[in-house]
Ligand binder design. Structure first.
Ligand SMILES: [Zn+2]
Length: 277
């Protein structure tokens, strides 16, 4: 399997390094880290960032609250479909999309790939349909207009299943190679999952929004800039679960650093290191 790292969206919230820990000036720089995987079952996307319809109709598809708060930069060339084409792939060959969760900045590109089956936990789709993601942010984070035309969902139970480095894991995703697993990590949303992918160089774990800043993993002394910490609190549905899962990811990233490479959806430095730039 060949794995490509794509950023399918850019957000530049006010705060600079107080938000992302790195960027000089008034605005931070966050990516939407997605994977494109070439498999025998066709092309597989892990998360989709923002799609062409978000760019054509931003205020219909994305809540004005988040468009402004995140200062979403809608760039056609960053959509997954544009990046696939630029690499010489046919978007019709995208047969599967594995989604960490249905927030607006992960699900926006789904409908650019009508041939794809969308793999997700049933819990995440249920809470997204109900807008259950916090009283204020719930209806603003989940935008059914981004995924109400999905023809083929493949839903999985949340939790149970076999173990993967001490985590629950959903294996044998239907139609996908066994090297791709869902790893339930609730807290940011109720049905939020990481996606583990076994590559030739070991495991990758796309941790979605289970954490947001590189300093939250890989060290016994975690750190996070205040803006990013505040954003995580705004978006959490279950603080205890979020912090517990973040601590478990931190342990995994330290104890199994030579076997598993953990990364999150929005940290630009992680994205650049993994060859996405
Ligand atoms: Zn996100």
């Amino acid at each position: 399997m060949r794995i490509h790292h794509l950023s399918c969206g850019t957000c530049c919230p006010v705060g600079g390094r107080l938000f992302d820990g790195t960027t000089d000036g008034a605005f931070a720089h966050m990516v939407c880290h997605c994977l494109l995987i070439e498999t025998e079952a066709g092309l597989v996307l892990v998360d989709t960032g923002f799609g062409t319809r978000d760019i054509a109709h931003p205020t219909q598809r994305i809540s004005p609250f988040f468009l402004n708060l995140c200062n979403v930069q809608l760039r056609p060339e960053e959509t997954a479909i544009s990046q696939l084409r630029a690499r010489g792939f046919d978007p019709a060959d995208v047969r599967h999309i594995v989604i960490t969760h249905l927030d607006f900045d992960h699900a926006g590109g789904i409908e650019d790939f009508p041939n794809a089956t969308v793999h997700i936990t049933s819990r995440e789709r249920d809470v997204a349909l109900a807008g259950r993601g916090g009283a204020f942010v719930g209806p603003r984070r989940y935008r059914p207009q981004q995924w109400d035309e999905v023809i083929q969902w493949q839903l999985y139970p949340f939790g149970g299943g076999e173990r993967w480095f001490g985590f629950d894991a959903v294996r044998d995703l239907r139609g996908l190679p066994p090297e791709i697993l869902l790893v339930p990590l609730s807290g940011h949303t109720w049905g939020h999952c990481g996606v583990a992918v076994q590559s030739d160089d070991g495991w990758l774990l796309h941790a979605g929004d289970a954490y947001f800043f590189r300093g939250e993993v890989g060290s016994e002394h975690p750190s996070c800039p205040p803006g990013m910490a505040g954003y995580q609190r705004l978006m959490e549905v279950d603080r205890r679960a979020r912090l517990t899962n973040q601590a478990r990811l931190r342990r995994l990233s330290i104890d199994h650093a030579d076997e598993v490479r953990v990364f999150c959806a929005h940290d630009r430095v992680e994205f650049d290191i993994l060859g996405g730039a």
